[in-house]
Design a protein around this ligand. Structure first.
Ligand code: MOS
Length: 779
């Protein structure tokens, strides 16, 4: 081995995995060398040094800046637009609106089969922040000046900003057909009436979670540039191929003429799964001016116009037998995706439908329109909301039958998906292990005892709470394609279309290649998220990127190894079946003197590069791949001030195989932090009684959890069920499950500490003080 090869390959350690024969499927990894280890991210240096180029960092020669004029009213009709003054301003190169020829492009909002045709610049503005006009100028400041100089006459229309009042007789209509988004979605199995009849305890409660805003670090936006008839867009996105498809469709261009690049992106959480209006507007402004245009939204715009987690108003009635068997669950939810169907409103009932074993379940979900920004999928769409209701209800049921909340959950574990047709089994179910091992590691019993011994005296009270959960998805179709190239010097290039949305996707994929080839992950060069140069991939979302892409990466590595074995067999004049891999070389099992390093392979020398291509097959039939979780926390409540301090958190997660321990723990801590935001501080505040406008549209007034709000003591406890059925890597997806049970666990801990059940987010001192005072009065 040369010095250079030693830099590229592991010399010591476990053997390199066997290479299956062509057509054979690979066996599960045993005793991995690098998979599951805590190694630094492959792009850690770029990320922390600022040398990583995000779309918002792109600066092209001759570039102009774009800005968008947005409707300041929650509901209005544009009667007249005056753009002459803005157009004549020095440094302003283009001003467009719905009246500009070529800019009257269509825009379709759609979600769960409901489609509403709108326009890029719709004169009927149904939410504050709807696009009205746009400008491109020499600087960002000039572009904003130009936008401010556009005169608009609005006809103000009555607005509705509270989904709880949207179906009232006197409520303003968001759409001509009324405020109902289609008929309610119904689900039923068994017979809830019979279930309640045999239950020993029946409880009913109303719950509400507030609207949350995605708030990614990098605002939404792009840089658009035309070279002749080819359009290139650097977009902050979770999926370059999805954006390519959107742009090509709206601008009526061949896919081949639209290149989307998104090497890095500063967070999306579901709000960047497709092109935005801003993407199309930037492309149009670039076309008109013949210059590149940069369009990065302001923080305010991201709060108003590009997505949110809908508020959910839930009612849950539950029946249980004295032995802890769930008898019936009846759930209803009213939510709103704002003014248009744009995703993120469904699945609020999924935890109720599928998490705990229950023969009789009924759910009714109703969505209504209000005059507010369209929702988007938001990290585990619907699930944290449903968990907030279900897991608090389980806690209350446990108390009612005098059972430990952990034991109650363990009593009702299902090994199959109850809510899917045919009730197919899970490929693996770590829920029991998550709850049992989580409780043990957290010291659940001891903590409950300690708190009981302390009694409910004093101003400061402690409490512990927990919640279980599952996530509906686990990767799979549609197939993805991966290319791995081995260069003549033994170095490796990995080519994939998928975006790394900050979760560590690139690192995980590098570890897969490293495991299979024996190459060090840090020297693998990765090309990704560029429709011009990388393979097709669906957007990184649904926690599916690792379980979908990693088996394709493994397949590509295996294909490469199979080809290398054939080349080596020729060079060494032996049967390829007698050969195996060591670091950077191939050796005969029968005669160790017959050995050839990658760089000596004649086929590699001749071709310069050997290419392995991998595809993702479907998930197993009649099986369900789902991740599971249980989270535990301890809080300290000041019963005078209503302040809640979260002292510690533990997340026990079954997401299948741990692919990369460092990014795994990052996701657990990040998801818990986001869940603490939902529980404690985050809420879109609309001025419901007067203007209908959002009043906390910035980082000062919209309260995100900071380092001060999350505990230092956070533990990530991976549960690895050894899932050999899910896919060839055994990973099931982690990004979303980590935020599902968090808020409910906090609420349960606050109840344990105070005896006050907080059914509405956020758990702030104002609400808690009021509830504590009411409770004192009752006594
Ligand atoms: Mo996620 S809400 O599928 O990005």
């Amino acid at each position: 081995m040369t010095g250079k090869e030693k830099e590229l390959y592991y010399v010591e350690g476990l053997p390199i995995p066997e290479t299956p024969r062509p057509g054979e499927s690979p066996t599960p990894w045993q005793g991995t060398r690098i998979i599951g280890k805590a190694v630094p991210r492959v792009d850690a240096y770029e990320r922390v040094s600022g040398s990583a180029v995000y779309p918002s960092d792109i600066s092209l020669p001759n570039m102009l800046y774009g800005a968008i004029l947005r409707c300041p009213h929650p509901h209005a009709r544009v009667k007249r637009i005056e753009t002459d003054k803005a157009k004549s301003m020095p440094g302003v190169h283009a001003v467009i609106s719905g009246q500009t020829p070529g800019a009257d492009a269509p825009w379709t909002y759609s979600s769960s089969g409901i489609r509403i045709a709108s326009k890029l610049f719709d004169p009927h503005c149904r939410f504050e922040g709807e696009t009205v006009a746009a400008a491109a100028a020499e600087t960002s400041y000039l572009a904003w000046d130009a936008v401010r100089a556009i005169g608009v006459d609005y006809e103000l229309l009555p607005a509705v900003s509270d989904e709880r009042a949207a179906l009232d007789q006197e409520a303003a209509s968001v759409h001509e057909a009324g405020n109902r988004v289609g008929p309610p979605r119904l689900y039923e199995r068994g017979d809830v009436a019979k279930g309640f009849a045999v239950a020993d305890v029946v409880l009913e409660e109303h719950y509400r979670t507030e609207c949350e805003i995605h708030t990614p670090m990098e605002p939404h936006g792009c840089v658009a540039n035309w070279e002749g008839d080819r359009l290139t867009i650097w977009e902050s996105t979770q999926g370059v191929y999805r954006v390519q498809q959107n742009v090509a469709e709206i601008l009526n261009l061949p896919l081949s003429k639209v290149r989307i690049i998104g090497h890095y992106m500063g967070g999306g959480f579901g709000s960047k799964l497709q092109a935005g209006k801003y993407t199309i507007i930037a492309a149009l402004l670039a076309k008109i001016t013949g210059r590149p245009v940069k369009m990065i939204l302001s923080r305010e715009e991201t709060y108003l116009a590009v997505g949110n987690r809908p508020p959910s108003n839930m009612r849950l009635k539950a029946g249980i037998k004295q032995d802890g068997t769930l008898a019936a669950l009846d759930f209803a939810c009213t939510g709103t995706g704002g003014a248009y169907p744009a995703g993120g409103t469904s699945l609020v009932d999924w935890q109720v439908r599928d998490l705990y074993k229950c023969p009789n379940v009924k759910t009714t979900c109703t969505d209504v329109y209000i005059n507010a920004g369209p929702a988007r999928p938001f990290r585990a769409p619907g699930h944290p909301q449903g968990s907030w209701a279900l897991e608090q209800m389980l806690d209350a049921l446990a108390e009612a039958i005098d059972m430990d909340p952990v034991d109650l959950r363990l009593k009702n574990i299902s090994l199959y998906s109850q809510a899917r047709d045919g009730q197919p089994p899970y490929t693996s179910t770590g829920l029991r292990a998550c709850i049992e091992e989580g409780a043990r590691a957290f010291g659940w019993k001891q903590a409950r005892q300690r708190i009981a011994d302390a009694g409910s005296r004093g101003v400061i009270r402690k409490g512990v709470g927990m919640a279980g959960s599952l996530w509906i998805a686990g990767g799979g179709r549609p197939p993805s394609t991966i290319i791995i190239k081995l260069f003549a010097d033994g170095s490796v290039n990995l080519n994939m279309g998928a975006s790394d949305i900050g979760t560590g996707t690139k690192t995980v994929m590098a570890l897969v290649v490293a495991e299979e080839l024996g190459v060090k992950p840090e020297i693998i060069q990765i090309e990704n998220a560029d429709t011009g140069t990388t393979q097709y991939a669906t957007p990184s979302g649904g926690s599916k990127t690792v379980p979908t892409e990693s088996p394709a990466v493994r397949a590509a590595a295996i294909s490469l190894k199979q080809q290398l074995l054939e080349i080596a067999a020729q060079d060494l004049a032996v049967d390829s079946a007698t050969l195996y891999f060591t670091a950077g070389s191939i050796v005969s099992k029968n005669d160790p003197s017959k050995k050839i390093s990658f760089t000596e392979l004649s086929g590699l020398k001749k071709r310069g590069v050997v290419v392995g291509i991998g595809y993702r097959g479907p998930n197993p039939e009649n099986r369900v791949v789902n991740p599971f979780a249980a989270q535990f926390c301890e809080v300290e409540v000041n019963t005078d001030t209503g302040e809640v301090r979260i002292i510690r958190f533990l997340g026990a997660h079954d997401s299948g195989r741990v692919m990369s321990r460092l990014t795994y723990d990052n996701q657990v801590f990040g998801g818990i932090t986001m869940g603490i935001g939902l529980a404690m501080t985050e809420a879109r505040v609309l001025d419901k009684s007067r203007t209908g406008k959002m009043v906390n549209r910035n980082w000062h007034d919209y309260k995100l959890p900071t380092a001060m709000d999350v505990p230092e003591d956070m533990v990530s406890l991976p549960i690895e069920p050894d899932d050999t059925e899910a896919n060839t890597t055994g990973a099931k997806g982690l990004g979303e499950p980590v935020t599902i049970p968090t808020a409910a666990a906090v609420a349960n801990a606050v109840y344990h500490a105070t005896g006050v059940r907080i059914t509405k987010t956020p758990i702030n001192p104002v609400q808690l003080c009021r509830l504590l005072a009411e409770r004192r009065k009752e006594k």
